[in-house]
Structure formats: C-alpha cells, structure tokens
Design a protein around this ligand. Structure first.
Ligand code: ZN
Length: 153
C-alpha cells in the first residue's frame, strides 16, 4: 500500500467511525439482527427494511467497537441502500472476496469499501470488517425464512 492510499484509507476509516452514516434503528417492519465479534469486542445492531421485491429499502445500524468494524458497517449501509436483492448479494460476495483473497481489480460498485482491502493481511481485522456484512447476510436469511413479524394492527 503506498503512502497516499494509506492516508486515504486512514481518513475514510476515521471519518466513518467518528461520524457513522445511517446510524440508528428502523422502527417499523424491519428485520433486526445483532452481531458481535468477541475477539475484538465489536458489536452491531442492524435494521434492514426490505421492499416487497427484496430490494434494500432502508438500512441502519447501531454499534460499538473498533474503527474498522464501525467504518465498514457505515460504508456498507451507504452502499446497500436502494440496491436490489441480487445487487446486495453480489456486493456481499465481492466485499468478502476483497478482504479474504487477493483481488486484482476490485469491482467499482464497492466504492470506498475498496480501501478496506488491506485488512486481508490481518486475519483478526477481517472479522471486524465483515461484522456488519455477516449481520446483513443474517438479515437476508431471516427475510427468506419468513420470520419477519407481521404487520402491527
Ligand atoms: Zn474490531
């Protein structure tokens, strides 16, 4: 990683960990998932509101933990919002590849998330970077399993 990229990486991570985007909780009709990463002490509560066709209508998170876990979750919510289910799954797979294997040409759709590629050198950090995404994966499963609560009267 060259110095310029390193600095960009640091500033984006710091910015998102200090001022997380889409921070909070969706009250109505959202799938709620809790995820944690005991090895680092990171926690996240993710709310995902899916449209009838499976698209990610809205997504918010609350969490605490290291800068990487929070920044990755923040960047993730920005990227997932408004995506179709297919696009969201594609992004999940692409991000996982990015942080676990050598990707010569990371897909453009990942945007600033590509800056997190460096964590692949640090296995402990991979868990931090994947925490939000694991929670999102769980949300997709819950939705598919039909455990989403029925509409309130
Ligand atoms: Zn962490």
């Amino acid at each position: 990683m060259n110095t310029e990229l390193d600095e960009l990486y640091q500033s984006v991570i710091l910015d998102h960990s200090k001022r997380p985007r889409n921070f909070g909780e969706i009250a109505d009709g959202a799938v709620q998932v809790h995820g944690d990463n005991p090895s680092c002490g990171d926690e996240i509560d993710l709310s995902v509101k899916f449209a009838a066709d499976g698209a990610v209508e809205d997504v918010k998170f609350k969490g605490l933990g290291c800068a990487i876990s929070q920044a990755s979750a923040s960047l993730m919510t920005m990227k997932l919002k408004g995506k179709s289910e297919t696009e969201a799954r594609e992004m999940l797979r692409a991000f996982h590849d990015l942080v676990t294997s050598e990707v010569a040409d990371p897909p453009r759709m990942l945007g600033d998330l590509r800056l997190l590629a460096g964590v692949r050198k640090f296995p402990q950090r991979v868990k931090c970077a994947m925490l939000g995404w694991r929670a999102f994966e769980q949300a997709l499963e819950q939705k598919a399993g039909g455990t989403v609560s029925t509409e309130e009267a």
